[in-house]
Every structure is written in structure tokens, then in C-alpha cells.
Design a protein around this ligand. Structure first.
Ligand SMILES: [Zn+2]
Ligand SMILES: [Zn+2]
Length: 294
């Protein structure tokens, strides 16, 4: 299984000299399964570069949206495969019970917000109506859990050939009021996963102003990794104001935290172009970490 990051930023794209190292594009992660299937988590602006690679073949695509906020759909009009004739693209939307198929994803292509109308796309885009039944038919194991986020959404955990990855964004581990999913249930959901990709947008000094905005503190995510005994943690959905040097600081703090916790947990800061190769082997840490040029 290959996991590649094309967009790691939260809320809004944040290009510029201070975000060059980790990248300024919004959420998009490509999971390439051993069986050749392509799963794409979210269609933030990072999906543009992924689309250029995907347009080179005709493999079917499964796009899974965590939810429909702008930073998770805004790259879709620039995703090359949607302009390929009869290209099969299945989409799982983030919010269950949404009566309008592909509501945000395609409604932004209305001639007003974007010049091309969704109805004119030549590809074959299908919004999966019965998500539960569809996921059960897949040749890989998948579970999901409701996000603690304004408007809702879902986190996903995928397992294939003995390795697993969980994609958990946008999620506030300890929200004000009743959570959609309790902290204890998040620990269960993430338990023992090989790679946990988790929203880590905020630092302590963002609080209390942003309590309830639907994102987690870096410190909370570290604790979740320990409590769930994940093998590798990838901090994701960086705040648009978080600079490269600040994220480098977080990496240093991670090394201190996980070192002193005497854990074997690997900790990474998500960066555009980061590819993780997951294979079942004795060393639990990610076997190959590679950066490609985007
Ligand atoms: Zn977001
Ligand atoms: Zn959101």
C-alpha cells in the first residue's frame, strides 16, 4: 500500500515562502492499494497535481470526501480525470442523508463559480447512494466513524494485506458539548493502526478562541497516538498560519514526546510529496519514507 500526500493544509490554501517545505495545498491524500485500486481522500487543491498523474491511465477512481467544506472540494474542477470521456469516478460524500447527490462537489461547477458546468462533464461520475453496501463489496476492509466537526462527516480506516491506514480529518477530539464520537471510541477506532493521519491544526495558544471549530490540538493528537498504540502518526491539516519553521519545531517536540514516552511510535509531519510505503513486516515503523517533487 502506498500513501501519498498531495495537500496537507487546512481551511484555505497557504502558498508562499513560509510554507514551501510542507506545502500550501488543501487536503488530498492518495492511497494506492496492492490490488491496483486508487482511493483518494478529499478533493482540496492538492488534487490538481494528483489528477495530472491519474489522467495518464484509465483506472477507476474512488474519491472519498471526509465532508463537504471548501478546503476538501475546491480542487475538484481542476481534477483532470473529470474531463476524460467515460472515465469512471465513484464518489462517497462526507455527509450521510444528503438528498442532493454530489451537492458541493459539482454545484460549485455552475457557470458562476467556475466556467464549466457539471452537466457538461464527459466523465462518468457516480455518487454512491448506499455507502454501507458499496463498502461491503470492496476487496479491502473499511470502517468509518463520525467526525466531531461542524456539519459532520466521516473518518475512514482501510486495511489490506495486513496493513492499515486511518484518515481522520477534520476532527476535534475533545469538542465542547456532546461529541459525535467519544475520545474512547476514537482510541478504539485508531487502535494499532499502521498509519494514523489525523487533524492537528491547533496549538495551545489557539485556545480557547477556536474551541468548537472542529479541529484538534497537536498535544491531543500525540496522546491519542499513545492511547491507541498506533504505529505511525502523521500530523495533518496544518493551520494556514503555521509556518515551516513552526512545523519543524513541532517535529522536534514530537521526537522529545515520543522518545520520553519510550514508545515505538513513529511521528511525521504531513508534507506535500511525502509517500509512505506500507508493508507487513517486523519493524512497525513505516518502512519507506520518500519525498517526490510536485
Ligand atoms: Zn478542512
Ligand atoms: Zn471542515
Amino acid at each position: 500500500m502506498l500513501v501519498t500526500f498531495y495537500g496537507v493544509r487546512g481551511s484555505i490554501p497557504a502558498p508562499g515562502p513560509q510554507t514551501k517545505k510542507y506545502g500550501g495545498n488543501t487536503s488530498c491524500v492518495h492511497v494506492r492499494l496492492n490490488n491496483g485500486q486508487n482511493i483518494i481522500f478529499d478533493a482540496g487543491t492538492g488534487i490538481r497535481k494528483l489528477g495530472q498523474k491519474m489522467a495518464a491511465n484509465e483506472e477507476p477512481l474512488l474519491l472519498i470526501l471526509s465532508h463537504g467544506h471548501w478546503d476538501h472540494i475546491q480542487g475538484y474542477p481542476f481534477f483532470d480525470p473529470i474531463y476524460q470521456k467515460d472515465r469512471q469516478i465513484n464518489v462517497i460524500e462526507g455527509v450521510e442523508g444528503n438528498k442532493v447527490a454530489l451537492h458541493g462537489l459539482l454545484n460549485q461547477m455552475d457557470g458562476s463559480n467556475f466556467p464549466v458546468h457539471a452537466v457538461d462533464l464527459p466523465s462518468s461520475i457516480e455518487s454512491i447512494a448506499d455507502v454501507g453496501a458499496f463498502l461491503k463489496q470492496q476487496p479491502f476492509s473499511v470502517t468509518r466513524e463520525g467526525l466531531n466537526h461542524p456539519g459532520g462527516g466521516f473518518a475512514y480506516r482501510i486495511e489490506e494485506d495486513g496493513v492499515s491506514v486511518a484518515y481522520v480529518t477534520d476532527n476535534e477530539l475533545e469538542p465542547p458539548g456532546a461529541p459525535a464520537t467519544s475520545y474512547g471510541d476514537w482510541v478504539d477506532f485508531c487502535r494499532g493502526v499502521d498509519v494514523l493521519i489525523h487533524d492537528a491544526q491547533y496549538q495551545a495558544d489557539d485556545m480557547p478562541a477556536k474551541h468548537g471549530w472542529g479541529h484538534s490540538l497537536i498535544s491531543q493528537v500525540r496522546q491519542l497516538a499513545v492511547d491507541a498504540q498506533v504505529r505511525n502518526l502523521v500530523m495533518f491539516h496544518h493551520d494556514p498560519e503555521r509556518t515551516d519553521s513552526e512545523l519543524d519545531e513541532v517535529a522536534i517536540e514530537n521526537a522529545g514526546f515520543f522518545g520520553s514516552a519510550n514508545s515505538r511510535i513513529g511521528a511525521l509531519i504531513a508534507a506535500e510529496g511525502l509517500t509512505l510505503e506500507l508493508a507487513a513486516r517486523q519493524d512497525p515503523r513505516v518502512s519507506t519514507v520518500d519525498l517526490f517533487e510536485v
